[in-house]
Design a protein around this ligand. Structure first.
Ligand code: GTP
Ligand code: K
Ligand code: MG
Length: 489
């Protein structure tokens, strides 16, 4: 039993419930893999059992003998013809990947054509006429890679994110995931659980005192405790992987006329928002995307917060409060001269996270530089906020300095450096990891005289982790996942 459990768990092949082999596997699929539109080159991918026939049909040669696929992974220059009319479509570079050494694990041919719309259209039409070929559906190449166990779900999600990555940090995160590092970490954890399960199963089969080495069971339980603690700690990661993947939401918040829109325009390097000396200028939330130190940041400028009878302004204030509530980071902008003059905050910051950054703006219009007494007074007013900076968004040097600090703050909060645990990039991963933790805790809480129940909890815990990589019951997540792909991927 022990041996069979281990061999079942350790088998790195397929999931425990075999995937239905769809009949679509039998067809050869094709699609434009590069972006549509004019370009230097366009790549058309063809994959499936009929690739040899596609090659022969598209590149006829005078003597039948010469017709054979080129050496795998070596580019060759060929004239591509329409199989029915024999008219030359383009002079192209072809590369052949022999099964199973291809992305899909099936025979694959890539045509590197000249990237004109007519060329691509003619090539796709020509392939469509070849028996056994049909256009690929969204994400179908990736789906075949998954179904042949070439890639797991995390790697496929990583590939999708790599294509979608707009900034350096998104690219790094996606590359790590697509290259299997995340899969490995989940597989390792899953194996640890399966290992503990195999020992509990042995206890069930042979009884606690017979044949089981002293301490083996308690060691397995301790390992499971350690793993549960590690997962629990890891779940408190402030969702940094998920946030970096989707973009960090930063809300600019504060009283009217503090200079919020001026700051937004400086960040955007254009007049994105109206700036005026009139308080209550901004009403709607104005958003723009920025790249700060490689991190994707979605900045929102909001209406100045104050009590007002004006109906539209009230709506704007409501939106501003909501935006700050939803934000990953809030940037509070205050008018420093006003603050010093009035000796009190002119905006309620009670509901604003104490990790927020406070910019005391308009330092340029102070009559004298800040003295220590003033500084202490301001600090006291802003307690418990600690990230407080004085400056002016109208002065280039001060703005640069503030941006530097802001970027460092973001880097610290959303660091995606190497970790011994997989960085959670998707709510789907988080959900299954939370499930896994619950089952591990239930296992730990099960009395030692109930090994059957204990084994059951471990089995569920392993199953939960398996769902992240798609090793079990994956059909439900497949459709949603592949729908996010473009055709040709
Ligand atoms: N001297 C000085 N004036 C500034 C600075 N930043 C903004 N201002 C001025 O302050 C006024 C208000 O600026 P806005 O950017 O419209 O302020 P806001 O916070 O967006 O105001 P509302 O949208 O009304 O809430 C404008 O006249 C700006 O030119 C600064 O650093 N120094
Ligand atoms: K204003
Ligand atoms: Mg404004």
């Amino acid at each position: 039993m022990l041996a069979s459990m281990i061999s079942m768990g350790l088998k790195s092949g397929g999931p425990s419930t075999p995937l239905k082999q769809s009949t679509s596997q039998l067809k050869t699929i094709f699609a434009l893999a590069s972006a549509p539109g004019k370009a230097g080159i366009a790549v058309v991918r063809v994959s499936g059992p009929d690739v040899r026939r596609v090659y022969d049909a598209l590149t006829p040669t005078p003597t039948h003998k010469q017709r054979r696929l080129p050496q795998e992974r070596v580019m060759v220059n060929r004239s591509i013809v329409n199989p029915s009319t024999k008219e030359v479509i383009d002079r192209a570079l072809l590369v052949y990947f022999a099964a199973p050494r291809s992305f899909t694990s099936q025979d694959t041919l890539e045509l590197h054509l000249h990237g004109g719309n007519a060329v691509v259209g003619a090539a796709l039409n020509a392939i469509a006429c070849i028996d056994g070929c049909r256009p690929a559906e969204r994400g179908e190449f990736a789906r075949r890679a998954f179904e042949s166990h070439k890639l797991d779900l995390t790697e496929i999600e990583g590939l999708r994110d790599l294509v979608d990555a707009e900034t350096e940090m998104q690219r790094r995160l996606a590359l790590r995931q697509s290259s299997g590092a995340v899969r490995q970490q989940y597989d390792d954890m899953r194996l640890d659980i399966i290992h503990a399960l195999s020992i509990v199963e042995a206890v069930i089969d042979f009884g606690e005192d017979e044949q089981i080495e002293e301490g083996v069971l308690s060691q397995a339980t301790q390992n499971t405790r350690d793993l549960a603690a590690k997962i629990e700690k890891h779940l408190h990661d402030n969702r940094r992987g998920e946030i970096v993947r989707s973009g960090i939401r930063l809300a600019i918040y504060g009283p009217p006329n503090a200079g919020k829109s001026t700051l937004l325009n400086r960040l955007a390097r254009r007049e994105a928002a109206i700036v005026s000396h009139l308080p209550g200028t901004t009403r709607d939330v104005i958003q723009l995307s920025l790249n700060l130190g490689g991190y994707p940041v979605l900045v929102s400028d909001t209406a100045g917060v104050r009590t007002t009878d004006e109906e539209i302004e009230q709506m704007g204030v409501k939106r501003a409060v909501e935006e700050a509530r939803q934000a990953d980071i809030t940037l509070v902008v205050l008018d420093l001269p006003v603050l010093l003059q009035e000796g009190r905050l002119d905006v309620d910051l009670k509901h604003i996270s104490k990790d927020s950054i406070v910019l005391l703006n308009k330092s340029d219009s102070l009559t004298a530089p800040l003295n220590q007494t003033q500084l202490d007074k301001v600090k006291k007013l802003l307690e418990p906020f600690e990230n407080v900076f004085a400056g002016s968004v109208k002065q280039e040097a001060a703005l640069e300095e503030f941006l530097f600090t802001l970027t460092n703050n973001i880097k610290q909060q959303f660091d995606i450096g190497m970790a011994d645990m997989p960085i959670i990039t998707d709510a789907r991963h988080r959900y299954h990891l939370e499930q896994c933790l619950q089952f591990l805790k239930a296992f730990i809480g099960t009395p030692s005289n109930a090994p059957v129940e204990a084994a059951e909890e471990l089995r569920y815990a392993a199953l939960a982790l398996g769902r992240v990589t798609g090793r079990v019951d994956v059909e439900d997540v497949l459709d949603a996942l592949f729908a996010g792909f473009c055709i040709g991927k």
